[in-house]
Design a protein around this ligand. Structure first.
Ligand code: GAL
Length: 484
């Protein structure tokens, strides 16, 4: 148990947003129901090839497309003030364009939004959470400049259709993961392996697409709808492996530039990539004989268009890393070689049920302070944070709740001691769900889902009842209460 004498109060500020998050492909199922078009995850999982645990798919997932009311019960049981979910682009626009609009898709999300609002729960809606319509991918997806206008049209359609009720919008979830897993390593859909090239192109277009959609909202909808638009950025916290090594310290700066600054700096600061990224990639590209840097450049008018295009900061935080300087062979372009780092997990950190997720609650406090200091002290929502259990997972997940509690304590310190402007917290996830390449083998839910039962039964873990207590009291239990 961690007690903390620095904190005078364990209460969160009045009006703090308490939420849980999900994503369409991970929970909805109904992959071809009622006119939905295929997306890249449908294609990727249907191709098999053992890229996903046991070749599992999101075809059924938690069945939320038909079982939304069961999800709503879970949300109400937690007492949440907010619920974050994503729209399936190809459920609304089967080929990604407004050429054909699927009314059944609109009806589904209208019901979700209306039910939330009728129950006093504020929706936070993500437009794109990894599930690009296949028809758009076929035109080059995020690597093609064309996507910028296509995404903007989709965003405009969503603002126009749902914006009278949705006030918190996220354009893109985790562009870093989309770029690196989708287009560098090829581990996620669309499964493209173009190391040192694809990720930079995809990221470039995602940043422009986000910015354009933000402008569309602000020029056409903001005045009437009075909402806010942002992008959800994931980042680990990072510290030098050897704190006395100048090389490791510099490597850590580079790592934060490559994982965080890549998106945060253009969007929150000045419309351009971190200087460290630009110089590293330019130098490596030159040595490899490329005619110009593999990192695309923003034109002057693009820089102006991009800077300042977020009304709040959305942080997805899961873990931290120790960073070591590492030189790579010159001839193989890759992100890691450009960055010249090696990521290390401190052996003292407990590992959750998923191998990459070392439990480092204090990392979030440091990262939040870093965001305050480097991004002009923005309003911050933690839009994802959580801990996986490996399947089969016990319903009494007391250790997992302890991780949640420790993380919330660090967030509280961020608010009270570091004066970071944190307005809300969304646990990942409401339900156990399709955890991308891990399939259903890793369980992130506050509610257990029995994927073998015909009605996909939802049952609360201990973490759900403990989280509900925090949500309804708007405070953490004090150390002496916990000893009772
Ligand atoms: C995030 C992602 C979520 C979820 C989570 C846990 O990167 O946005 O969809 O899968 O990680 O791995």
């Amino acid at each position: 148990m961690t007690s903390d004498t620095q904190l005078h109060s364990y209460a969160f500020p009045k009006g703090f947003a308490w939420g849980a998050a999900t994503a369409a492909y991970q929970i909805e199922g109904g992959w071809d129901a009622d006119g939905k078009g295929p997306n890249v995850w449908d294609t990727f999982t249907h191709q098999g090839g053992d890229r996903v645990f046991k070749n599992q798919t999101g075809d059924v997932a938690c069945g939320s497309y038909t079982l939304w009311e069961e999800d709503l019960k879970c949300i109400k049981q937690l007492g949440l003030t907010h619920y974050r979910f994503s729209l399936s682009w190809s459920r609304l626009l089967p080929d990604g364009t407004t050429g054909f609009i699927n009314q059944k898709g609109i009806d589904y999300y209208n019901k979700v939004i209306d039910d939330l609002i009728a129950n006093g729960i504020m929706p936070m809606v993500t437009l794109y959470h990894f599930d690009m319509p296949q028809a758009v991918e076929d035109q080059g997806g995020w690597r093609s400049e064309k996507v910028v206008a296509i995404f903007d049209k989709y965003a405009e359609f969503c603002f126009g259709t749902f914006g009278n009720r949705v006030k918190l919008w996220i354009t893109i979830n985790e562009p870093f993961i989309v770029a690196t897993y989708g287009y560098e390593k090829g581990l996620f859909a669309p499964g493209i392996k173009e190391p040192g090239i694809g990720a930079y192109q995809a990221a470039h277009n995602m940043i422009k697409a986000h910015a354009k959609a933000w402008h569309t909202y602000h020029s056409q909808f903001k005045e009437k709808q009075c909402g806010f638009v942002s992008i959800a950025l994931n980042s680990d916290w990072a510290e030098p492996l050897d704190p006395t090594s100048v090389a490791d310290e510099k490597a850590t700066e580079r790592h934060l530039a490559f994982i965080f600054g890549w998106f945060a700096k253009p969007i929150f600061i000045d419309g351009d990539y971190p200087a460290l990224m630009k110089s590293q990639i330019a130098a490596k590209s030159k040595a490899q004989g490329f005619p110009s840097s593999r990192l695309p450049e923003f034109k002057e008018e693009e820089t102006k268009m991009i800077m300042g295009t977020a009304d709040f900061f959305c942080l997805n935080y899961y873990t931290s890393r120790k960073i070591k300087h590492k030189a790579y062979a010159q001839d193989e372009p890759s992100l890691k070689a450009d960055e010249e780092v090696e990521e290390v997990m401190d052996p003292s950190w407990p590992i959750s049920g998923i191998e990459w997720l070392a439990v480092v609650p204090w990392g979030i406090r440091k990262l939040l302070k870093y965001i305050k200091d480097t991004c002009n002290d923005p309003i911050i929502y933690i839009t994802e944070n959580g801990f996986a259990q490996s399947d089969p997972a016990p319903l009494e997940d007391t250790l997992r709740w302890e991780y949640f509690r420790q993380t919330l304590l660090e967030i509280l310190k961020g608010i009270c001691l570091d004066k970071v402007n944190i307005k809300g917290y969304f646990a990942w996830s409401l339900l156990d769900n399709f955890e991308w390449i891990e399939g259903y083998s890793k369980r992130f839910g506050l509610f257990h889902v029995d994927f073998d039962s015909p009605d996909l039964l939802r049952t609360p873990y201990t973490s759900a009842s403990e989280y509900a207590k925090v949500v309804t009291s708007n405070r953490l239990p004090e150390p002496d209460e916990m000893q009772r």
